[in-house]
Design a protein around this ligand. Sequence first.
Ligand code: AMP
Ligand code: GLY
Length: 421
Amino acid sequence: MKILVVGSGGREHALVWKIRQSPRVTKVFCAPGNGGIAALADCVNIKADDIASLLKFAQDNKIDLTVVGPEVPLVLGIVDVFEKAGLKAFGPSKAAARLEGSKAFAKEFMARHHIPTASYGSFDAIAPAIAFLDKCRFPLVVKADGLAAGKGVIICQDKAGAVAALKSIMSDRVFKDAGKRVVIEEFLYGEEASILAVADGKDFIILESSQDHKRIFDNDQGPNTGGMGAYSPAPVVTPALMAEISETVIRPSIEGMHKDGAPFKGILYAGIMVTAQGPKVLEFNTRFGDPETQAVLPRLKSDIVTMMLASVAGGLSGMELEWDSRACVCVVMAAGGYPGDYSSGKEIRGLGDVPGDAGVFHAGTKKEGGKVVSSGGRVLGVTALGPGITRAIEYAYKAVSVISFDGMQYRKDIGQKALQR
Ligand code: AMP
Ligand code: GLY
């Protein structure tokens, strides 16, 4: 089979790496890919949101399965376009991707199907949004409705902060049209976990749990990022809690989308806050998480292509996934300045010296005259498996210690929450 992976981050590097292990696969392409992916796949210079060019490439090259990494093409409807042309694409339809593409849609969906989440109001004009604040307790959370590359969520300590957030989103349109509507949400307290399920429209299988580290600095300080590291499994998700999340979140979501006429295929990612009142949904994503994927896929023993084809064809019922019992830790090495304006073009040294028990997924790199240089905010995901989380942390940081580039920054505490349990 010939596979096309769409995207260019660490998630896509991990997907390409895992897809290549399938005996069914003869060739992998990645559009547009990056400096690390180029070692495993033919990188094609087409942007992830250029759906017409991706379709033409898939048709011209007789691609058997297209795997969509990022949210933007999914929300734009890439899966519908491919299916209409008779091509297989792994991921949700445009209608199902609204769970990620519109936070107001997701909140209304959860209310309709009794899925636990923070209480909220949603508004498409600023005056009623500001009036609503008088009924709220602080802190609270103001969210741009649409896609904002993970930046559209603002935690507000008081009314003045919330008014400023509403103005920047709705009046100044700092997230462009994503700010046509906002969701104002109760602040939830607890520990977060990422729960990913693969679905085929009717049936689903939950993958092993993981936890992201969203803030830039150690001890969850500083601004939010795309994710500075991840580990799997997440011990906060006990077997009993996983069963509860399956029954109160994942099952009603898959059944609800089916009932609502938008059956969900692909990866449903529930960002969960484990609160004193039980698990509540912070957000849905409709794709693999980044960097969670880099910590989860090294633990997957089953053939991911078989899983994806079953998702596309509606054949997940009765399928089981096999997992490596070892823990996996992924430490993100980011560019200086990230998540603000960051430096790029920095030569990355030491990649050849990484010990054999670790691996490096490239997130923002490119090849330049025989060298690998940085080209994104998140640059590398340094990943290791270990017998238990302590050893996985040790192996991952040992690998981090041999890599360097100017201005690099990374968190020193990836996995510590697991150790505290
Ligand atoms: P989201 O993109 O909606 O997942 O939000 C990004 C991050 O903001 C989450 O991972 C949480 O850390 C935080 N967050 C979002 N919503 C809430 C909430 N209702 N209460 C507390 N933290 C939140
Ligand atoms: N790690 C968070 C995300 O993929 O959105």
